[in-house]
Design a binder for this molecule. Sequence first.
Ligand SMILES: CC(C)(COP(=O)(O)OP(=O)(O)OC[C@H]1O[C@@H](n2cnc3c(N)ncnc32)[C@H](O)[C@@H]1OP(=O)(O)O)[C@@H](O)C(=O)NCCC(=O)NCCS
Length: 166
Amino acid sequence: MITVRRSGASDAPALVALAEQVAREGGGWILTTDSWRSVGEERRYLRAARRHPDACVLVAEVDGQVVARLSLARDPHPASRHVADLGVMVAEHHRHQGIGTRLLEEAVEWARSAGISKLELHVFPWNEPALRLYESFGFEREGYRKEHYARDGGYIDAILMAYRVT
Ligand SMILES: CC(C)(COP(=O)(O)OP(=O)(O)OC[C@H]1O[C@@H](n2cnc3c(N)ncnc32)[C@H](O)[C@@H]1OP(=O)(O)O)[C@@H](O)C(=O)NCCC(=O)NCCS
C-alpha cells in the first residue's frame, strides 16, 4: 500500500540513499550525478522546508519504506510568487505503479492551498518516462532551454514544462 506524507528530518538517510541510487542509474535522469546533499545537509534542508511556508517535500512510502520524493519551492521573486518549481524521483523498482502520479496529485493540493497557480519543472529531452508522466498528468511544454545545465564539463539542454493549478 502506498502512502504519501510531508517529509520530516528523520527521512534524511532514506532520501539521500534514494537520490544516490537514482544518480547511479546511468540514465542521467536528474541534475545531480555525484554531489547530492550529505545526510546532515539533507536533514537541515528538510527541517527548513518543513518550517517554511513556501516549500514542501513529500515522500511516498510502500510498506513503511520511503521509495519516492517530490520537492516544491515557490519562486521568491515578488512578480512570480504564483509559480513553484518541482522535482520528483521514484526508486527504480517502484516505478510504473502510479507513485509519480500520486505525488503530483498531492503537489497540486499543496500548491492550491499555498495560493500557487503554476507548477514548473525542467526535464532532460531524453527522459522519456518523465516526459510521459508529466504530459499524461497535464503538464505542457513551454520552452526549450539550450545548454541550460552544466554537466561533465559541458552544458546540456532541458525542456521547460508547466502545469496550471485550477
Ligand atoms: C519519471 C518518474 C518520476 C515516473 O514515476 P512513476 O512512479 O513511474 O510514474 P507513474 O507510475 O505515475 O506513471 C508513469 C508511467 O507508468 C504508468 N503506470 C502507472 N501505473 C501503472 C501500473 N499499475 N502498471 C503499469 N504502468 C503504470 C503510467 O501510465 C505511465 O505510463 P506511460 O509512461 O506509458 O504514460 C520515474 O521514472 C523516476 O523517478 N525516474 C528517475 C528520476 C527522474 O527522471 N525524475 C524526473 C526528473 S525531471
